[in-house]
Design a protein around this ligand. Structure first.
Ligand SMILES: [Zn+2]
Ligand SMILES: [Zn+2]
Length: 94
């Protein structure tokens, strides 16, 4: 998703050039692409200012749907992760 950005230098609206994948690892001739898989590739969004030529990279923000369910502590009423074995606030253990 393209953002609306203003160039930091000249405040011209920046142009979205697209996404580019950058390899973080190097492909070895023995292991093939395996080190690449381990190191992973990083996808970056590229923006360019048409006025002064400044280029900016952004890492696309992944919107995580994953969220730990929250429970309300029966003792102090604070909400905390359902994963917590006891309330992190009052140490109450249900
Ligand atoms: Zn500029
Ligand atoms: Zn509590």
């Amino acid at each position: 998703m393209a953002k609306k950005l203003l160039c930091l230098r000249c405040e011209t609206p920046m142009q979205y050039l697209g996404n580019e994948e950058f390899q973080l690892g190097k492909t070895g001739w023995l292991m093939g692409d395996l080190p690449n898989l381990l190191a992973g590739a990083m996808e970056l969004e590229i923006y360019c200012c048409p006025h002064c030529g400044k280029i900016e990279f952004f890492r696309p923000v992944e919107i995580s749907e994953y969220q730990i369910a929250q429970v309300e502590c029966p003792n102090c009423g604070a909400t905390h992760d359902i994963d917590d074995p006891k309330c992190p606030f009052c140490k109450y253990r249900p």
